[in-house]
Ligand binder design. Structure first.
Ligand SMILES: Cc1cc2nc3c(=O)[nH]c(=O)nc-3n(C[C@H](O)[C@H](O)[C@H](O)COP(=O)(O)OP(=O)(O)OC[C@H]3O[C@@H](n4cnc5c(N)ncnc54)[C@H](O)[C@@H]3O)c2cc1C
Length: 339
């Protein structure tokens, strides 16, 4: 049954823990519930936003429309062969719990993405990634409901147009779809991805045939817990900015002044520079502006020291952006959705 309320506080529905209110708020736990809600929307008037765990959002204002909190559950094996498992999962499942489930079965592909907060439905929208792996590497397809028509469509990998923390659902089709379920294609005898330096260092002495999917997942969890603030204790939304990709020429200009600058060479004569390094070098690591701050250990993470408003966190993010632009000539782009 649809539960819906008016003028509800969103403080407990975003990991920054900022106060904002939604005019209308509904929890959706099935496609049928969503369809009946859509029938009552005014297509010309109503604004809607689907949320999962609220771990990549910053509310700077009240939301004047329908906030749809996704609670669609269920995990089923859609197809299985000697080598592979196609697993279909309800978009409201907790991502980290889902990854643990696949790891417990010994199925490989998602272990590097352990402990990322949020829901399964947001994973393809954001094309989440960590420790050398992006969800698109194991994504098979997804089913989504059009929020205007109530009709469903299946999107394959190509149609999702995945890119770095990006997909068609953040671009051309932004705000039009509610992802209902996602299918991942996992391996029963996986080739583990250990090329990311902290993982490589951890497993350097371990014989390759002794490294399991579970061991990789546990190691990723230990590293993440040591590096990232827990939103339960200190409000945050993970990396606030994307790592900028710059033309090689621009990269060389900056490198002349900062030969120690880390980078990853990318295709089309470009280089990716860690945004956290730029922010730290600009002197922002650990700085506070009122109730908002740049995390002391991880400069890419902005935090709420308890009473920050969304506007305060936005002001801090803009101050960081302006300073990085001034010092390096690089425009940082937020990864977090600012509302
Ligand atoms: C401590 C911390 C660490 C993090 N680490 C990482 C990391 O390592 N890698 C990484 O990539 N991200 C990371 N993140 C960001 C975040 O976990 C991901 O972006 C995650 O996918 C967000 O999931 P969510 O359910 O909370 O989405 P929300 O924040 O609720 O929504 C995010 C966006 O997805 C849309 N959306 C959500 N669900 C649906 C749906 N069912 N259908 C259509 N649209 C939908 C929303 O409208 C919004 O645009 C981190 C965040 C935190 C707080």
């Amino acid at each position: 049954m649809i539960r819906f309320s008016e003028n509800i506080s969103l403080k407990s529905f975003n990991t920054f823990g900022v106060e904002a209110r939604a005019h209308y708020f509904a929890t959706v736990s099935s496609f049928d519930e969503l369809k009946s809600l859509i029938r009552n929307f005014d297509p010309g008037e109503d604004k809607h936003l689907v949320i999962g765990g609220g771990s990549n959002l910053l509310f700077t204002n009240d939301f004047k429309g329908w906030l749809l909190k996704n609670e669609i559950k269920g995990i089923t094996v859609a197809k299985e062969t000697e080598e592979e498992v196609f697993i279909n999962v309800g978009s409201g499942e907790n991502w980290s719990d889902f990854v643990d489930y696949t790891v417990d079965q010994g199925w490989g592909g998602l272990e590097n993405l352990s402990l990322i907060p949020g829901t399964v439905g947001a994973a393809p929208v954001q094309n989440i990634g960590a420790y050398g792996v992006e969800q698109e590497m194991t994504f098979f397809n997804l089913e989504a409901c059009n929020l205007l028509t109530g009709k469903t469509s299946v999107f394959n990998k190509l149609e999702c147009d995945f890119d770095y923390r990006n997909s068609i659902f953040k671009g051309a089709e932004k705000g039009k779809w509610f992802v209902l379920n996602v299918t991942y294609r996992l391996k029963k005898h996986p080739k583990l991805r250990l090329d990311y330096k902290p993982l490589l260092d951890f497993f350097r002495e371990t014989p390759k045939n002794k490294i399991t999917v579970k061991a990789v997942s546990e190691t990723v969890k230990v590293i993440r817990r040591s590096k990232l603030p827990d939103p339960e204790k200190l409000g945050n939304a993970g990396s606030f900015f994307k790592n900028p990709v710059v033309l090689h020429e621009k990269f060389l200009q900056i490198q002349q002044h900062f030969p120690e600058m880390p980078f990853y060479t990318m295709e089309y004569d470009t280089a990716k520079i860690p945004a956290g390094w730029l922010i730290e070098k600009a002197g922002w690591k650990g700085k506070r502006m009122g109730n908002a701050g740049v995390h002391q250990q991880q400069a890419l993470v902005l935090v709420n020291y308890g009473k920050a408003t969304g506007k305060e966190i936005l002001a801090l993010s803009e101050a960081v952006q302006n300073d990085v632009l001034h010092k390096f000539g690089i425009a940082l782009e937020p990864e977090v959705l600012i509302l």
